[in-house]
Write a protein that binds this ligand. Structure first.
Ligand code: TRP
Length: 448
């Protein structure tokens, strides 16, 4: 265990875990999902999912991690030796690798847009020009493959330097700066003429738009945004000291993450309305509208550059946590060195990412998979970011509630906390509420 470290403080943990949670999930995935599902309804279901499902699972994961001090596979194996529970850990490691592959691709787009802004090629971009610019960009296979490789490479470099050194330091400085820039953007978006319509779309729910598919996507988005369901928070919890409060840490992480996502919506939807763009534009949504907003502000290209750069950093803190899960597993269970683990996991993720690159142009097969009628990228995103995380979260609840047992879990959760007064609420959640809600959602999707 020589290459394992510890977070230097509670704040270090909160910032690193928030760094994992806050990423393009908040600024790219949340707005496009909200737009796709008709606005406010999705927002409300999502917020409910964060509180009812996200928070309890987050606490459970951190507790499992801290109790064992291990990666997901090792953690399940230690708490229930010779059982099949380590399979949940394996699934998490696999999910980490899979998500890393396409998450890095989208993260690479932020780098691409940083350079585009730097080169001035987004100057004067209109609402009719930005979709074309985006299309040309994602169709360029070699550029995309390069950005994907570059992003995984930087992630691997940070992970290879070990836990507290790299991630913690970067997050401490850069996350607050990102929030400041978002506030400035918020000011611009809300004062655009016609922004009110967007606010209405974002805040006034039309409950007739509720659908099973939307509910599962909102639930999946809650898990995805909080980095849950695959052991990332187990791994981060394993680096948390015993005398620090799990409930307080979890509440902070959930709050910071949710505020950032909601704030992104307050930027994107008013701006979309002001420029008459369709909020259901799918995954290119924020790349279509952001350049237009920047073009409408004084010093727009400077803000634009800073924004895309910092979004890249936020994404980096997330990819680092994805890769760290896989690497912690290789170090603890396979007894590989950190360097070798990074090299192996990073290369594999890159290869798995290639079909996703091809989903955006070039190869028909990957653009529209036979039978499914969605692209390879969309399939990966649904299968791993939504389904696998929901199933993973379900198992984590069952494990914490019935197998490890809530009393044992609560003992770990209470350690370092002043007093965890909501223990009974947490117990009800992981034992009954969360499993029931997740199962019900998966079931309705299956019979639909
Ligand atoms: N939560 C990150 C985001 O919203 C993505 C992420 C990082 C993640 N690590 C994860 C998602 C682990 C699921 C599991 O951008």
């Amino acid at each position: 265990m020589a290459s394992r470290g510890k977070w230097s403080s509670q704040l270090g943990f909160i910032l690193a875990a928030a760094g994992s949670a806050i990423g393009i999930g908040n600024i790219w995935r949340f707005p496009y999902m909200t737009g796709k599902y008709g606005g406010a309804v999705f927002l409300f279901v999502y917020l409910a999912a964060v509180v009812l499902l996200g928070l309890p699972v987050l606490i459970a994961e951190i507790a499992i991690g801290r109790a064992t001090g291990k990666n997901p596979v090792g953690a399940f194996a230690e708490l229930r030796p010779k059982s099949q529970w380590k399979l949940v850990g394996y699934m998490g490691v696999l999910a980490g690798m899979m998500i890393l592959s396409y998450y890095s691709l989208i993260s690479g787009w932020t780098l691409g847009y940083f350079f585009k802004t730097l080169a001035g090629s987004l100057k004067g971009a209109t609402t009719s020009a930005t979709p074309l610019i985006f299309d040309t960009f994602v169709r360029n296979f070699w550029l995309q493959a390069f950005l994907l490789a570059a992003f995984i490479f930087i992630t691997g470099y940070i992970v290879s330097k070990g836990i507290a050194g790299g991630i913690e330091k970067a997050c401490k400085v850069l996350m607050p700066v990102l929030v400041v820039i978002m506030l400035i953007l918020l000011g611009r978006a809300l004062t655009l003429p016609g922004a009110g319509k967007g606010l209405e779309f974002y805040l006034r729910p039309d409950f007739s738009k509720l659908s099973p598919r939307m509910i599962i996507d909102a639930m999946g988005q809650a898990f995805f945004s909080l980095s849950l369901g695959m052991g990332a928070m187990i791994t981060y919890g394993s680096y948390l000291k015993k005398d620090e409060s799990i409930p307080a840490g979890a509440a902070w992480v959930a709050a910071l993450d949710t505020v950032t996502a909601v704030m992104a919506g307050f930027i994107i939807f008013p701006a979309l309305a002001a420029f008459g763009m369709n909020p259901a534009g799918g995954h290119p949504l924020v790349f279509h509208i952001l350049p237009v907003i920047f073009d409408q502000m004084p010093l727009g290209s400077i803000f634009g550059m800073l924004f895309f750069l910092l979004l890249g950093v936020a994404a980096l803190a997330s990819t680092v946590s994805l890769l760290e899960v896989v690497v912690a597993y290789c170090i603890d269970e396979l007894k590989w060195s950190r360097g070798r683990s990074v090299l192996a996991a990073g290369s594999l993720s890159f290869l798995i990412g290639i079909p996703s690159v091809l989903s955006f142009g070039g190869v028909k097969f990957f653009q529209k998979l036979p039978l499914l009628n969605i692209s390879f990228f969309e399939m990966m995103d649904f299968v791993w970011s939504t389904l696998a995380l929901s199933v993973g979260a379900l198992f984590i609840c069952i494990f914490a509630g019935y197998v490890w047992k809530s009393a044992a879990a609560l003992k770990e959760i209470g350690r370092g906390a002043e007093k965890f007064r909501h223990g009974w609420l947490w117990t009800i959640s992981v034992k009954y509420l969360c499993p029931a809600l997740i199962l019900l959602t998966l079931f309705t999707l299956a019979i639909r």
